[in-house]
Design a protein around this ligand. Structure first.
Ligand SMILES: [Zn+2]
Length: 196
C-alpha cells in the first residue's frame, strides 16, 4: 500500500477524533479510491489511532479479498464510488448532525458560512442504517447532487476528490448543525427565513 494512503487516513482519523466529530472511539470510517481499488478503514479499528494493519485493500467491484475485515460500511463506500466521480469518502458519527437528523427531515443552514456552502443537507431515513442494503441503494443517488448527507440517527457521509475535501464537508455539516442547535437552545426560530 502507498505510504501516502496510510498517512492521509491517519491524519484525518486523528482530526475527526480530536475535534469531536466522531464521538465513539472505534466507529466511523473512511476510504480512498485508486483506480479500481479501494482502501478502507478496518472494521472496529480506532479512528484516532490508525495503524498500517487498520487499512484494508479491496476492489470497487465485488471482491472477496479484505471484505471480511473491512469496515461494515464497505458496501456503501463502493456504491458511492460507482455512482460519483469521487476519490475519497468519510463517514463519521457526528453528534450534532445525528441529533438534528432525529427531529428534522432535512437540514437547512441558517448561518452565513453554512448557507454559502450548502443550500441544504439531506437526511436519509431508513429502517436499518448500519451496514444496510437500503443505505447502499438510496444514499449514492443523493450524493450525486450533494457533497454530504446525514443518515438519520446514524451519522454523516461525505465525499470528494480527496480525504481533505470529504473531511471538510463533514466539518461544514457539523458546523451547520451545531449552530442550529445553539440558536434553537437560545430560543431562536430556525425554521423562519433569516434575512441577513
Ligand atoms: Zn456509522
Amino acid at each position: 500500500m502507498d505510504e501516502d494512503i496510510l498517512k492521509e487516513m491517519q491524519k484525518y482519523g486523528k482530526f475527526l477524533e480530536e475535534r469531536g466529530l466522531n464521538l465513539s472511539s472505534h466507529s466511523g470510517n473512511m476510504s480512498i479510491r485508486r483506480g479500481d481499488r479501494l482502501f478502507i478503514k478496518r472494521r472496529g479499528a480506532m479512528m484516532g489511532d490508525l495503524k498500517q494493519e487498520d487499512v484494508v485493500e479491496t476492489g470497487i467491484d465485488e471482491d472477496d479479498s479484505g471484505v471480511i475485515i473491512a469496515s461494515t460500511e464497505v458496501g456503501v463506500h463502493r456504491e458511492i464510488y460507482k455512482e460519483t466521480s469521487s476519490l475519497a469518502v468519510v463517514h463519521a458519527h457526528t453528534p450534532y448532525a445525528i441529533s438534528l437528523s432525529l427531529i428534522k427531515d432535512e437540514i437547512v443552514p441558517i448561518d452565513d458560512e453554512g448557507r454559502y456552502h450548502l443550500k441544504k443537507v439531506p437526511v436519509l431515513d431508513v429502517k436499518e442504517s448500519i451496514g444496510s442494503d437500503e443505505v447502499e441503494k438510496r444514499l449514492p443517488p443523493i450524493l450525486q447532487d450533494y457533497p454530504a448527507a446525514i443518515v438519520k440517527g446514524h451519522g454523516t457521509f461525505a465525499h470528494g476528490e480527496n480525504l481533505e475535501e470529504a473531511y471538510n464537508w463533514i466539518t461544514v455539516v457539523e458546523s451547520i448543525c451545531k449552530i442550529i442547535y445553539i440558536v434553537e437552545n437560545l430560543g431562536g426560530d430556525t425554521m423562519k427565513e433569516v434575512d441577513w
